[in-house]
Ligand binder design. Structure first.
Ligand code: FEH
Ligand code: ZN
Length: 351
């Protein structure tokens, strides 16, 4: 099968032909139809994750996978209702299934988690072995290139928004800021309008083209943030919404600038959720967080329940997509473009 592999970090992926993998009795073999390209793939190639642990080499990146079941393991639980030919997406966090986090359903934060695309098998290849409990059956009429990115770029902001909603931060009298209108932010704006309990949705970004996408996807207001102080942005926010601060913020970038701006705008008892990690460390004043009783929360990827909900929205046509499909031999070109933040929406490898 075709596979794009990391043999050496900080080098282009090697495009090669390798044997189709075997599967364990509890796995299915997924024939990959599409795989989204994520900034985390670039970080992987650039050795970022070595700061947090080692990975078996060679690595096949690609963790936003949509395809069909090509083969079933001999002991796949019939209760999963899977069969050869089913259209599926691959859930992200392959937890061990026995720790507290897995038992609560949050397998993506299991201490023993395996992530697709961070080891020997991933979506930048024609086949990938997947534990059967980590595939989600989808409507075969949905386009693989559209639903593949929903397994990360679509899933991650969805879980983040759920945390704001479950935290009581959203309502008709509240203002929600979405920071970073890239591969994740374009979905975050749509969820905020549909699932934000009637809040006003304000999109913040540097790039006018991305703000135009946010407006198209329903943002009530868009504010360009390049070279502006918190006070400048607060004035524009007050003109647009009637208030100069944010009751809730979903940071889809997690860049130094967006963290500083979002926290600088956050209201008393405001709730900030970060799903991005463009930045590496943050330096923010602590007293305002404490004295204003603000909630600062991390949210990671998503679990099978979150993914099923995103797929249900997509199946009902509730999610618009900004996709660029690419061919296998363009993989390295688009990794470089992603590294330079030179992709609008999501680049998706299509087999
Ligand atoms: C995926 C795998 C590992 C780290 C981070 C990620 C993000 O793309 C999840 O949204
Ligand atoms: Zn676990």
């Amino acid at each position: 099968m075709k596979a794009a592999r990391i043999h050496e970090y900080n080098k282009p992926l090697v495009l090669e032909d390798i044997p189709i993998p075997d599967i364990q009795p509890d796995e299915v073999l997924v024939k990959v139809q599409a795989c989204g390209m994520c900034r985390s793939d670039v970080l992987l190639i650039d050795k970022f994750f070595l700061n947090y642990g080692t990975l078996p080499m060679p690595i096949i990146p690609g963790h936003e996978i949509a395809g069909v079941i090509d083969r079933m393991g001999s002991q796949v639980n019939h209760g999963l209702g899977l069969k050869e030919g089913d259209s599926v997406v691959v859930a992200p966090g392959w937890g061990d299934g026995v720790c507290r986090h897995c038992l609560e359903g949050n397998t993506q934060i299991c201490p023993n988690v395996r992530w697709p695309g961070f080891g020997l098998w991933g979506g930048f290849a024609e086949y990938v072995p997947v534990p059967a409990r980590y595939v989600v059956k989808v409507d075969p009429r949905m386009k693989p290139e559209e639903i593949a990115p929903l397994t990360d770029a679509g899933l991650t902001p969805y879980r983040g928004l759920k945390k704001l909603r479950e935290g009581g931060a959203l309502g008709p009298d509240r203002v929600l800021g979405i920071f970073g209108i890239g591969g994740l932010g374009v979905y975050a704006v749509q969820y905020a309008k549909q699932l934000g309990n009637g809040c006003q949705v304000v999109a913040f970004a540097r790039n006018e083209e991305k703000l135009a996408v946010a407006k198209k996807y329903g943002a009530d207001h868009v504010i360009a943030i390049g070279n502006k102080s918190v006070a400048d942005v607060s004035r524009e926010l007050k003109q647009a919404t009637g208030q100069g601060d944010l009751d809730a913020a979903l940071d889809c970038a997690g860049a130094e600038a967006t963290v500083q701006l979002a926290l600088g705008l956050l209201s008393i008892s405001g709730h900030y959720v970060d799903v991005g990690f463009v930045g590496d460390r943050i330096d923010v004043p602590l007293f305002p967080r404490v004295s204003r009783e603000q909630t600062i929360q991390g949210s990671f990827w998503g679990n099978n329940i979150d993914l099923g909900e995103v797929m249900a929205l997509a199946a009902r046509g509730k999610i618009q997509h900004t996709i660029t499909t690419i061919k296998f031999d363009e993989v390295n070109t688009y990794i470089d473009r992603l590294r330079k933040d030179d992709v609008v929406g999501r680049a998706v490898l299509k087999f």
